[in-house]
Design a binder for this molecule. Structure first.
Ligand SMILES: Nc1nc2c(ncn2[C@@H]2O[C@H](COP(=O)(O)OP(=O)(O)OP(=O)(O)O)[C@@H](O)[C@H]2O)c(=O)[nH]1
Ligand SMILES: [Mg+2]
Length: 237
């Protein structure tokens, strides 16, 4: 898939502002500063359609970008920025939980995790939120240009252990906005999610997971529609 057209549509601060056209949405979720906006720019081939910043907490709104007139890439506000007040954190969860779990147009969640570290406590909370979603879930490792070989081996091992502990076995894509790596794999997932076709096979190896499922998805707030495919974080078998 190639993104020929991209247009910033709007920044939304409450559900009242969500688009009502029913187009599929691909969400970029992750902690502040993990590289969501940078990756969105990489995927679209545009240097700065989404604003990036060294200062965590730059993206405070849900930003909608229309691609090829047929789907939205959605740059979500980051979580876990230390200087954000408790009230702001609660506001984040209040907005994000129903967005991720109940909005039927959300077809794919790219959950960005810093490649240098295993998932943080808040990353685990976010994985739990995604487990209650009907959207497909893909874990995206960011900033893979940064760790050296030894650090990469250590973080791969730590990630494998974390996934085992969480009892999930998601597709994983390694990316670097700086080195311009990983866009094709993300575009393949986007195309599959839009068409409803099977997701591309995952080239990542090095994880082994057990059957222990520690994520208990919260009960759905509305009855699940039988038409929608459930590809939330998979428990390993
Ligand atoms: N080395 C390296 N730095 C990166 C990469 N991607 C992003 N960065 C840097 O990380 C910082 C944060 O990037 P953003 O894309 O703004 O992160 P974000 O997740 O959108 O942050 P918030 O909007 O605050 O939630 C910036 O200084 C980027 O230049 C990458 O692949 N490699
Ligand atoms: Mg951002």
């Amino acid at each position: 898939m190639k993104i020929n057209e991209i247009e910033f549509v709007k920044g939304v601060v409450s559900p009242a502002g969500y688009p009502r056209d029913g187009l599929p949405e691909i969400a970029f979720l992750g902690r502040s500063n993990v590289g969501k906006s940078s990756l969105l720019n990489l995927v679209t081939g545009r240097r700065s359609i989404a604003r990036t910043s060294r200062t965590p907490g730059k993206t405070r709104e849900i930003n909608y970008f229309l691609i090829n007139g047929k789907a939205y890439l959605v740059d979500l506000p980051g979580y876990g920025y230390a200087k954000v007040s408790r009230t702001q954190r609660e506001a984040w969860a209040k907005l994000m939980a129903p967005y991720l779990q109940q909005r039927p147009t959300v077809k794919l969640i790219f959950h960005l995790i810093d490649s240098r570290h295993p998932p943080t406590d808040l990353d685990r909370v976010a994985i739990g939120l995604c487990a209650g979603s009907k959207a497909r879930y893909v874990m995206v490792l960011t900033k893979t240009d940064k760790p050296n070989q030894r650090e990469r081996a250590a973080s791969t091992k730590a990630l494998a252990a974390a996934l085992t502990e969480l009892g999930i076995d998601p597709p994983i894509v390694q990316t670097s906005a700086a080195a311009r790596r990983g866009a094709d794999a993300l575009l393949a997932h986007i195309a599959a999610a839009i068409s409803g076709g099977p997701p591309p096979t995952n080239a990542y190896s090095g994880t082994s997971t057990t059957a222990s499922a520690v994520i208990q998805p919260p009960p759905p707030a509305s009855p699940p529609s039988s038409a929608s495919r459930s590809q939330r974080p998979r428990r390993s078998t």
